[in-house]
Design a binder for this molecule. Structure first.
Ligand SMILES: [Zn+2]
Ligand SMILES: [Zn+2]
Length: 408
């Protein structure tokens, strides 16, 4: 319990202590931005965690173990992978939640940041936690709704105005231990291995995209881009009953995986125009749905806005273009064309514990293979910088999935 003077028990008993950390007379705990750390009779138990001193300046420090609070659970991190967005954020490149991250750094540096794609083992649960117990392997949806704001009370937690963002305004999994509200943790089928569990958070946004796309049995689907999101979308669309799935990419490794996962047509966009090929197959009608999974920063090898424009031209009149890739910059559309075609450009509503759990079931039942995408892993928490480097330069290292860091 936070702030209590208590003997060291359980998993903490075996933990190291921070040497030389001295408290003022009578002080029983220290406060940090992420809560209060108890001063136990043996001193502080400590763990290794990566902390940011500035963008691009990440150091492996000894910090107090996280405390267990009512409604929260402490977990031992077993495997973690940085998302591409994490790598961009670590370098200060503007992306989603950048402003919040900058504020955390300005106010609290050195501060534990990033790391939300993990497999972890519960070691202790706080009062009132019923769905988890020590030994359970878990992951997180990446953000934890407050359950109190008007959106949360309407059951639309994805719009929560007071979320905890794991690795942004609450410490993430680039550490030996992590503490999170239990309702932000998902216990997937326990038959899954750690490498798969660490992929369930990114998979969950593809699951959410399928839900918001309202894929109907037999519908024709095109997917621009066969990176991780595109390969997940291919498998998920087939799981949801798509009648045919046509995919395009510009990398040999990606196209080989598309074939492995059963794409009905694999288009090498270096050699062929995906719009012509898809319209040819569809005899000029266009597909019902396009998942746009390739757009983004052209400087990082993504397609910019090119594949979005391809998507609007290969979708049928009144069809849906689902924007999975994270676009940047101002997009130019011809509104006359868009209206005449009745193109619906849809941004998925976002994922949560429900889509993480469903993705876990799909992986456990063999409908979706996430492990075949994992090409690189490193062992030991000290090797996070190399993991970030490989993930940042995936093309150079011929990596598909982000590199995973193995801690247990
Ligand atoms: Zn809320
Ligand atoms: Zn993620």
């Amino acid at each position: 319990m936070s702030g209590m003077f208590s003997p060291r028990t359980g998993w903490k008993a075996a933990r190291k202590q921070i040497p030389g950390l001295v408290l003022a007379d009578g002080e029983k705990s220290v406060k940090s931005y992420c809560g209060e750390f108890a001063f136990t009779s043996g001193g502080f138990a400590s763990m290794k965690a990566w902390r940011f001193y500035a963008f691009g300046d990440m150091r492996l420090d000894e910090v107090p173990d996280p405390d267990v609070k009512p409604g929260w659970a402490v977990c031992k991190v077993r495997r973690v992978q940085p998302s591409i967005t994490d790598v961009q954020r670590s370098l200060g490149i503007g992306t989603i939640n950048s402003a919040l991250l900058r504020e955390m750094l300005e106010k609290h540096a050195p501060v534990q940041l990033l790391g939300h794609e993990m497999s972890a083992e519960v070691v202790e649960v706080g009062d009132g936690v019923e769905h988890l117990k020590p030994g359970d392997r878990v992951c997180t949806s990446g953000h934890v709704p407050c359950l109190a704001c008007s959106f949360c009370r309407e059951g639309r937690e994805m719009y929560c105005v007071d979320k905890l963002h794991v690795g942004i305004n609450t410490p993430g999994a680039f550490a030996e231990y992590i503490s999170l509200p239990a309702h932000g943790l998902v216990r997937p089928p326990q038959t899954l291995d750690d490498s798969s569990i660490a992929c369930l958070q990114p998979l969950s946004s593809t699951v959410a995209a399928m839900r918001d796309a309202k894929v109907q049995p037999g519908e024709t689907v095109a997917i621009t881009g066969q990176g991780v999101m595109g390969l997940y979308a291919l498998q998920a669309a087939r799981t949801c009953g798509a009648g045919a799935v046509y995919v395009s990419d510009v990398k040999d490794e990606a196209l080989a995986l598309s074939r492995k996962f059963g794409a009905d047509e694999v288009i090498d966009a270096r050699a062929d125009d995906p719009v012509e090929r898809v319209m040819g197959i569809m005899e000029g009608r266009g597909v019902d749905l396009v998942f746009e999974c390739a757009g983004g920063n052209a400087d990082q090898g993504l397609s910019g806005h090119t594949t979005l424009h391809q998507a609007t031209r290969m979708v049928r009149i009144g069809g849906r273009v689902i924007q999975i890739a994270g676009l940047i910059g101002d997009v130019k559309f011809d509104p006359v064309f868009m209206r005449a075609q009745g193109v619906q450009w849809v941004f998925p509503e976002g994922h949560g514990a429900d889509t993480v759990a469903l993705g876990g079931k799909w992986v456990a039942s063999g409908r979706i293979d996430v492990n075949s995408l994992i090409t690189h892993e490193e062992h030991g928490i000290e090797n996070l910088p190399r993991v970030m480097e490989i993930t940042d330069k995936k093309a150079e290292y011929r990596a598909t999935n982000p590199c995973q860091l193995v801690l247990a």
